[in-house]
Write a protein that binds this ligand. Structure first.
Ligand SMILES: O=C(CO)[C@H](O)[C@H](O)COP(=O)(O)O
Ligand SMILES: [Fe+2]
Length: 227
């Protein structure tokens, strides 16, 4: 049994008030930080200096999602800074194993992310090098997009390998998660749910986090809330 983890994405928060926005989701399992470089994706967000400041401003573990080129060069500094997870894209490097090992050596959990159109089969062999698989359920680059249910087969395939003991990692999903989609993701075997607009667009973001967690737990036999 796994605890349903909720990771609010600060992409939908007010970037001028990030410390307050982190405090507004107290009780979240991770705080999801979208790093975009305007090369790997057509948008630009924030980088290492902001992550370093956020680390001082919150006790919630930071889940850094790097949508950037050349993660071999840029990912390890996020681990050295103190991020809990450092996740990079499979499509951004020819040597994901080396990047994962560098992230782990620098003291963070390593995550591999795949875009909606990227199959998971070529990566199953190397997932033992990772702590998290982040399945993108929108095209990376922007918050507030619609959930793509066709990616759930990837989460389900990896869930099977985790349940059979062949892999030990968390299955995370990112993009379009809200009250209408979280249950399908939970049923597919997701452990960790990123939600940006559904949390920060809510009148009470902390209540939205609790609501998504309860919905996920109710929808899946592999999830139960640990208080
Ligand atoms: O990585 C991302 C986009 O590339 C974001 O984490 C994601 O889109 C969250 O926003 P929302 O929940 O509003 O879809
Ligand atoms: Fe993300």
């Amino acid at each position: 049994m796994a605890h349903p983890m909720i990771a609010p994405s600060i992409l939908s928060a007010d970037f001028a008030r990030l410390a307050d926005e982190a405090a507004a989701v107290a009780g979240s399992d991770w705080l999801h930080v979208d790093v975009m470089d305007a090369h790997f994706v057509p948008n630009l967000t924030l980088g290492l200096p902001v992550v370093q400041s956020l680390l001082k401003a919150t006790d919630i573990p930071l889940d850094c999602h790097l949508m950037i080129d050349n993660p071999g060069r840029w990912a390890p500094p996020y681990a050295e800074a103190g991020a809990h997870n450092v996740t990079f894209h499979a499509e951004a490097t020819d040597d994901p194993i080396a990047v994962a090992r560098d992230i782990r050596a620098a003291g963070a959990k390593a995550g591999l992310s795949v875009k909606p159109g990227t199959p998971i089969e070529p990566y199953l062999e190397i997932l033992k090098e990772f702590d998290t698989l982040l399945v993108m359920s929108v095209e990376p680059g922007f918050g507030g997009q619609s959930f793509m249910p066709e990616v759930l087969s990837k989460a389900a395939a990896v869930r099977k390998l985790v349940d059979s003991g062949e892999l030990t990692l968390l299955v995370e999903i990112d993009g379009g998660i809200n009250v209408d989609t979280v249950e399908a993701a939970a049923e597919a075997g997701v452990d960790c749910f990123v939600a940006g607009s559904a949390v920060y667009g809510a009148a009470d973001p902390a209540a939205a986090v609790r609501g998504l967690r309860a919905q996920a737990a109710a929808a899946s036999p592999h999830l139960t809330i640990v208080q």
